[in-house]
Design a protein around this ligand. Sequence first.
Ligand SMILES: Nc1ncnc2c1ncn2[C@@H]1O[C@H](COP(=O)(O)OP(=O)(O)OP(=O)(O)O)[C@@H](O)[C@H]1O
Ligand SMILES: Cc1cn([C@H]2C[C@H](O)[C@@H](COP(=O)(O)O)O2)c(=O)[nH]c1=O
Length: 222
Amino acid sequence: MCGHVGNRGAYIVLEGIDGAGTTTHSRLLAKNLERLGYCTCLFEEPSKGDVGIVIRKILSQGPFDQRLLSLLFAADRLMLRNSIEECLDRGCIAISDRSWVSSLAYQSYDGFPGSASPEWVYVVNRYAMRPDILIFLDVDPVIAYCRLGKRRGSRELPERLQALRGLARRYEYVLELVKGIIPLVVRVKGSINGRERPVESVSRDILTVVLAALRYWEYNET
Ligand SMILES: Nc1ncnc2c1ncn2[C@@H]1O[C@H](COP(=O)(O)OP(=O)(O)OP(=O)(O)O)[C@@H](O)[C@H]1O
Ligand SMILES: Cc1cn([C@H]2C[C@H](O)[C@@H](COP(=O)(O)O)O2)c(=O)[nH]c1=O
């Protein structure tokens, strides 16, 4: 059985600051849905394609002009569009680790050089796929900071923690903007009162929300 929103699949994106768990939970969501009989396709931004490789190289070299990054990310995701549409046309669930909402948050954050206005970032992503569901992983920036330090073995970088806090604030603003555009925007707590929640608990919450939405849409399609 392929899960589907009516005769078309659903496009689900995971968003959050660095270290929030978007990679972990996009993969877990795909695995859990497959286990329930849904077919899924997993995407990530930046992609593993040519433009995504260029983006990752730029990101690894330190701060960069966000206006230029906006255009590169927009090109990278526009090149993914056909693959996502093919997935949906098969009645499968497309799950993406990040989306144009990341561009709205990151490229408009004034803590980075050459930050762009959210309006302009939105315009250059005019033809990107609109998600059906956005899952925002709400994690305390200190927890995300510690995770990034452990994972990348990097030394303490106070400016990184400051950036994570700024991005978290940026996301709060951006989520209000996209609520009128994306049918379902859901906040899932990745930490509570400064303590991280177990991966299993977070993953269960995400699956519960997604299944409820899919079944609601399927019911209203039939
Ligand atoms: N709920 C959780 N509890 C404990 N560890 C977690 C949890 N979620 C994710 N992690 C761990 O935190 C680290 C970062 O997770 P992940 O790579 O998914 O973050 P991310 O949002 O994709 O970060 P980035 O955007 O920088 O890649 C990983 O080592 C992952 O195993
Ligand atoms: C899609 C997108 C991503 N970014 C940033 C967010 C992260 O810092 C990196 C991607 O790293 P990950 O470990 O693969 O999540 O890129 C961005 O600035 N703008 C975007 O549109």
